[in-house]
Structures are given as C-alpha cells and as structure tokens.
Design a protein around this ligand. Structure first.
Ligand code: 26Q
Length: 818
C-alpha cells in the first residue's frame, strides 16, 4: 500500500519534471556544481547535489500548484511568525515525494546511503521551541491538505544557539547553519523590497486630502529566500519565505571621502544586523530595540509582498481581504496590523476607515502564553522614535477602539485595561485582539483561561471572537518517518490508511487485548531504545542501558515547566538508595534535554544541578545500574526524532494553568509513551482521549493553583511537615559531584535571592504518590503495553491536519485547491 502512495506521487512528479531519471539528474548536478564525475564526489557533494535536485522538483511542483490557485481564484493564508523550527528537510521531502526507493538505489551506485546524506544536513533551527515548531508543523499540514499557504519569517544567519555543556554548565555557541542549509533556499531578488525606520512624518493637505510625508528615514533592503515545504501525498507545496536584511547603499561615499571610514561602513553593519540572529528567549519578553526592528522588518516586508502580489493578480485593492488572510503567530508580528493600514492609506490612498475595515477582515491572532513576563509591552517612546508613521496609526486605532468601547458601555476603568496605549506602553496583545477577526488559544483549557482571565474584558464585549484550536503535530514526521519499525508493524496490522488520516490509528484498539500484538509493541519499543542508546553513545559517548525504563523530560528550560520537580523526585529515590542500598527499585534512566535562555540564571543553575546529579550517579555504579540520569546536550528537532520512539514515560509536569498546550506531549503519545503529568494544556485533552486508566495525572488543578496562590503559598510548611521533602532539600545542601545546591534549596523555600512562583513543593507529595502507581503499572508488562497501545490509537486527534482544518473552516475561511 505504501507503494501505491508512492506511485500516485510519482505520477505527479512525472507531470512536472521527473521525465529525466533521478540518477541522471543527480549526475548532471554533481557535474555542473563541482565539475566532477559522480563517482569522484564526496558525501557532502552528493548531499548538496541531491538536495538541489529534490528542491528543483519541489519548485516545479509549487509552480504547477500556484497556477491552479490563481486559476481558481482561491483565498490564500499567510502565516507570519518570528520563528519556524524546521529541522531537516531532505528526509521529509524524499518521503513525501515517494522517491525513497529510487533514491536509495541511485545512492547505492555512488557508494553512500540515504542516512549518510541525512547526517550531512544541519537543522534549520529558526525557532526556540513549541511556537516555532508549531509553525513548521502547520506548513506541513497546509501542504498535506492542499491549502494555498505561505509562511513568512526571517532568514536568521544564526539560528538557536548550539548548547555545549562544560563542567556541568551550559555554554552557548553560534549556530552556523547556512553552509549546509542554503541548498534549500532560493533567493528571490525579484521580490525584494525596502523597509523604513526612524525619521519623521509631515502632514500636508493636498486637494483637501491629508497626505503623510515620511522624511529622513533610514532604509533597509529585504531580500526573500524561499524554502519549499512538501506535505504527505498531496499536490500542494507550502512556501516559507525568509527575509534577509541588506544595506541599500553598499557604501556611504560621502563619509568615505571625508575620511570617516567607521561611519562609511556603519550603516552597512546596522542593516545587516537585523537578520543576524534569533533571540533565544522563550516565553520571555525583553524590550530590546533590535528585536523591535526585527519584528517590524518581518511585518513590513511580508505585508508589502502580500499586497503587491494581490495587486498583480487581482488588481483591485478593495478586494485584498477577499483573497488574502493573515495569521499572526503570537504577538511578535503584531506590527503587521498598522503596516497594512499604512500601505492602504499612504500608498493606495484609502481613508483610515476603509483601510481599517479591510485590515480587520484579514487578520487573526493565536495567543500562546498567559505568563505575564511573556506579554509584549513596548515603550511608546521607542515605537514613536523608530517607527513614527506606524506610531501615528497605532494611536488612531487606539482612539477608534476607545470610541467603540464607550458605545458598547465599557467603563473608563475597564477601558484602561483594554486600550493599546497605556502608561507609556504599547500593549501588543490588545492591538491583536482589537484588530483580529478571531483570536484563538491552543488547547481547551488555555482558551478558557484567556476568555475568563487574560482577555476577559475583551471577551465580554466580543464573545464571538474567541475560539479554541487545540495544537497538532505533523505526525508523518513524528511517527511515520521517525518510527519506521512501529509504522511497518501498523501497516501490517491496520493497513496504511492512518498515514493519510491519523484518525485511522483507532483501528489499533481492536488489538488491545491481543497478547502477541502487545508483545510485539514491547519489542519494537526495546529496539528503538537500543537505537537511541547507540545514538547517545556515538554522539556524546554517554552509556545508557536499554533494559531500564526511559523516563523523559525534554523541552525548553523554564521554571514553570518544573524540571526541578522531576529532579526532586529523582533525589528522593536516590536518598532511598543511599539509605538502603538493597532497596528494590525498577531500573530506570531519566533523560533530560533543555536549553536555557543565555541570561536566565536560575534556569542555568537547574541545568548545572541536573548535570552534577548525572555525573555523580555515573561515578557510582551501584546507583547507576538502578537509577541513572543523563542530560542530552543540545536538544533539538533531530534529537527529538530519535528520542520520541524510544521513550516510555513522558514528563509533562508544568504548574497547572501555565503551559498553554505543549506539543512534545503529543509526539510522545503517538510513539506509545505514557503521559505522567498535571491537568495542564493539552494534557487535559490527552487525559480525556485515553481515559483515567491510560495516563498518570497528579497535582493541583488550575483553579486550585489560583486559590493557593491567593491564600499564600508557604513553602516552609511543606519542608517542616513532610520528612521526605526535608530530606531531599537537605540533600541539596550536600550537593552532587562536589557542588552544593543550597541556592536551589533557598529558591524552593521561597527565600532570598529568588522565590519559587511555581510551587514545586505543593505538588511534590502527589507527584510521588502517582509515581508509585506508574511504577506498579510499568512492572505489569501486559498492562503497560496495553496502555501504550491505547495511547497510540487515540493520538490521531492531535494531528496538525485536524488543527489546520479547524483553522481553515473556523478562522481563515479557506478552501482546499482541487
Ligand atoms: C518575545 C519578545 C521578545 C523576545 C522573545 C519573545 C518570545 C519568543 C518566543 C516570546 C515567546 C516565545 C515562545 C513561546 C512558546 O514557544 N510558547 C509555546 O507555544 C506552544 C505552541 O502553541 C505551546 O504548546 C506551549 O505551551 C507554549 O509555551
């Protein structure tokens, strides 16, 4: 049946540009790029030639798809995001084009394997974590279902930093990805445009019309690079358009001739800086000028591009919202809103009212966080200075909203919470809610929280604006490509239809009591654990025993995600063993992976703690054999692809109400790991899908968290009244691998220098209680395997295909291209 899928895709490929054999095309590419005979080429050259050929096939396919979109006069969606965490492209594209077998054969002739080529490709890490990976999964979902879509972001020269652990400490190295990654980028000089900063605006009246004359600005050129994103078994290709900033005048000749060489080249470096590097903070806002410039650079270039293309294809500016819909991924691209108004008013001479009407009909916004430190509030003065015309428009939007809110009966006091500009700050989330047709949260619980808390004032006046779209994952990447052993078995058991529609995974439920199936699932998991163990050894020299339980927490390091709570549990188990070396314990390996933003000090201390604990245990074989801890350096998309299939326990232990959704939880689930987590984000829906018997839930619910916080969280009380907590915290004083962690004990006890706002100790007892339940279930192998089977079977709803259909139907009003 897989072959059947292959042949359909091959037909499409043939219609485009596959008449010449792949072998011939790759040979010719090696010859034209390097002047070599194919057999003289090294792996790197073969990788580049192959990637270039695959990319050309995708470009032809995109061209054919584009023609259809235009002929059918289809509305398009433009997904604007500061982040797309794409990972590698070759494997995904080769699978989606159905050319795995053919390519394998060609490469065999050249003495290399597909795996060799996959290893050559660097990850495109143009994102921090969940939000960026979601954008990447959605481009896949859009292409897979024939929706016309384009993503917009920045072509960061350096993506998310590479993490290196030195003596237990995180250090950061620049992520140099372009040399190997640029084969996937096609420069589009024809689509370049300029973005303006600084200067001032003069208002003039000509023929009774007010004209805004923008003067003395600095201009930066935006040059796009397109990356093709294929989907599974479909005609569509999504395009990710990445903007690079360039100086317009290569040289300030005036300053040069006056002998001011620094000034002559200064502008060059300033302009270049905009697309230099991705900000590495996740769920945390800092009001840096360069970040604001990055955001406006992305918004202005993208909106100009959207409007120019609209005019070219459809002519009539008033029909802009009919053919284009923009999605704003969190508030980072909020400036797209005033930018649309600016272009419609200043370049197309529409009135503010007309421009605002069109804007409101084409913009929607997803909120990804309720953490107050992540909400963007830019200084009014900074925006006025860097973007004077945009500032005027924001003021006008704000004024318009005030008028409307007053008509709707909003009190002056309430209005202060809802206005865009307040107390010298520009609140981006408020601008997004005011301008958007729809605002969505990313899980059922999270959407309730934004309706009832974060955006309650808006919800009261615009109840219909708020909708939920639970996140989803590109499961063809996260299951079909990452876990071939499981998928081959699923094909034979339930047929391959689940590869097209993930809901078909439910067919697996018919086998939930079939012992031979459960045994086979166990064997596959074991094989995947061996594969991961080999990967760890080869890459980092770390030894793990695949016969132990793999208990995994991989995600960005953040206090609210509570890696610390997991560590406290491990220390509790360790102190048990230290007290009684003969104590029975299920052999288990804790696997951590996490990057901390470079200036997030407590997060870095937690990384040091995990590494010190890991090193101490690794030096004590009597402990290591029962209770091992490893920290996987530089956790990224590629590591995740090897780790998910090998995982058995998925730690999702954020403080309830803080994790908007989580998407790692879904990747674990579909690979048969069991969730050990709080009722937070999408865990709530995972729980709902699999039922009480197939998940391990503990801890306070979100409303209990609020109650406790209001009542006052007294960490010391837990220390004084729970001897295990006391023992664990005192063990931190003694420390690990020669380092004391009294600072973390103080943190947990709500003392100087910082406090624990995520109340680890309040959930500790229940976490341990459920740990022992989980442990018991694990030791009943058939029970565990059955739970695992149910999780795989019920994971279909968390497909990005489903999320994208909901966006298309309920938010974008977007139709598939026939
Ligand atoms: C903002 C301003 C300045 C600099 C950086 C930022 C910034 C950057 C990244 C703020 C937030 C982020 C990332 C947020 C994020 O990844 N949120 C996650 O989104 C996922 C997809 O919806 C959810 O599953 C996670 O729960 C949520 O934490």
């Amino acid at each position: 049946m897989v072959i059947e899928m292959d042949s359909i895709v091959k037909d499409i490929a043939k219609e485009t540009s596959m008449e010449i054999s792949l072998e011939q095309r790759i040979s010719e590419k090696i010859s034209s790029l390097y002047g070599l005979d194919p057999h003289e080429a090294n792996v790197d050259q073969i990788y580049k030639a192959t990637a270039t050929v695959v990319n050309e096939i995708l470009r032809d396919k995109r061209k054919a798809f584009n023609t259809k979109v235009r002929d059918q006069k289809q509305r398009r969606v433009y997904y604007i995001s500061m982040e797309f965490l794409m990972g590698k492209s070759l494997k995904n594209n080769v699978n989606n084009l159905g050319i795995v077998d053919e390519l394998t054969n060609v490469l065999k002739g050249l003495g290399v394997t597909l795996e060799d080529l996959y290893e050559r490709e660097p990850d495109a890490a143009l994102g921090n974590g969940g939000l960026g990976r979601l954008g990447a999964c959605y481009l896949d979902g859009l292409a897979s279902q024939d929706y016309p879509a384009m993503g917009f972001s920045i072509r960061y020269e350096y993506g998310l930093f590479k993490q290196k652990i030195v003596d237990g400490y995180q250090t950061e190295l620049p992520d140099v990805w372009l040399p190997g990654g640029e084969v996937w980028l096609s420069k589009r000089r024809d689509k370049a445009c300029n973005v303006k900063f600084d200067g001032y605006v003069e208002e003039k009246t000509i023929d009774g019309k007010v004209i805004y004359d923008y003067k003395d600005y600095n201009e930066v050129e935006a040059v796009p690079y397109d990356m093709m994103v294929s989907g599974g078994n479909s005609d569509a290709i999504s395009v990710l358009r990445l903007w690079r900033s360039r100086n317009i005048r290569k040289f300030d000749l005036n300053s040069f001739t006056q002998g001011d060489y620094a000034k002559a080249t200064q502008e060059y470096t300033d302009a270049d800086l905009i697309s230099k590097v991705l900000y590495p903070s996740d769920n945390h806002y800092q009001g840096k000028t360069l970040r604001l410039k990055q955001q406006y650079f992305l918004c202005s270039a993208s909106v100009q591009n959207i409007i120019n293309d609209h005019i070219r294809y459809y002519g009539d500016i008033r029909k802009l919202a009919k053919y284009s819909v923009i999605h704003i991924n969190d508030t980072h691209p909020t400036l797209s809103i005033p930018e649309i108004v600016r272009i419609l008013m200043d370049d197309h001479r529409l009135s503010f009212d007309e421009a605002w009407d069109i804007t409101k009909n084409m913009v929607n916004y997803t909120n990804h966080t309720v953490l107050s430190e992540a909400l963007e509030k830019w200084s009014e003065e900074l925006i006025q200075r860097k973007l004077p015309r945009i500032y005027m428009i924001i003021k006008q939007i704000d004024q318009r909203f005030c008028d409307e809110a007053k008509c709707l009966g909003v009190s002056n006091e309430e209005l202060n919470n809802l206005r865009i500009i307040h107390n010298g700050e520009v609140r981006m989330a408020n601008m997004c809610v005011i301008a958007s047709g729809k605002v969505n949260g990313v899980s059922a619980l999270h959407t309730d929280i934004i309706k009832n808390n974060l955006f309650n004032g808006f919800y009261k006046i615009y109840p219909d604006k708020f909708v939920n779209v639970t996140n989803g994952i590109a499961y063809r990447r996260w299951l079909c490509q990452s876990n071939p052993a499981l998928c081959n078995y699923l094909d034979s058991l339930i047929g391959p239809e689940y590869r097209q529609d993930a809901k078909n995974l439910e067919k697996l439920l018919a086998f939930k009591d079939d012992e031979s199936v459960l045994k086979k699932l166990d064997e596959i998991k074991y094989q995947n654990k061996c594969t991961f163990a080999k990967y760890l050894y080869k890459k980092f020299g770390i030894v793990v025993d695949p016969t132990t339980r793999f208990d995994v927490q991989v995600k960005r390091l953040h206090e609210y995600k509570r890696q610390l709570l997991n560590v406290l549990k491990i220390i509790a188990l360790l102190t048990d063993l230290e007290e009684d070396p003969y104590r029975q314990i299920t052999p288990q390996t804790y696997i951590f992976g996490a990057k901390a933003a470079s200036t997030y000090y407590i997060a870095k201390d937690i990384i040091l703690l995990i590494n010190s604990l890991a090193t101490e245990i690794q030096n004590r074989p009597e402990i290591r054999n029962k209770l091992n801890v490893v920290f996987v350096e530089d956790y990224n998309v590629t590591t995740a692809e090897v780790l998910m299939p090998a995982s058995e326990v998925s730690e999702q232990i954020s403080l309830a109400g803080k994790e908007a959704s989580g998407t790692g939880n879904m990747k674990f689930m579909i690979n048969g790991a069991l969730t050990f987590g709080t009722e937070d984000g999408a865990n709530v829906e995972i729980h709902q899908e699999v039922g009480d018997d197939n998940v391990f839930i503990f801890g306070m619910r979100d409303y209990q968290v609020s109650e406790l916080w209001q009542k006052g969280y007294n960490a010391q009380w837990y220390y004084d009244n729970n001897y295990i907590i006391k023992r664990v915290l005192d063990r931190l004083d003694r420390g690990f691998n020669g380092k004391s962690f009294s600072n973390i004990k103080h943190y947990l006890l709500n003392q100087y220098p910082v406090a624990d706002p995520y109340m680890c100790l309040a959930d500790f007892d229940d976490y341990m209680r459920v740990y022992y339940q989980m442990d018991e279930a694990y030791n009943d192998r058939m029970r565990w395997n059955k739970m695992s089977l149910v999780n795989i079977a019920k994971a279909g709803i968390f497909s990005a295909d489903r999320s994208i259909r909901e966006y298309a139907d309920n938010i974008w009003n977007l139709k598939k291209v026939k």
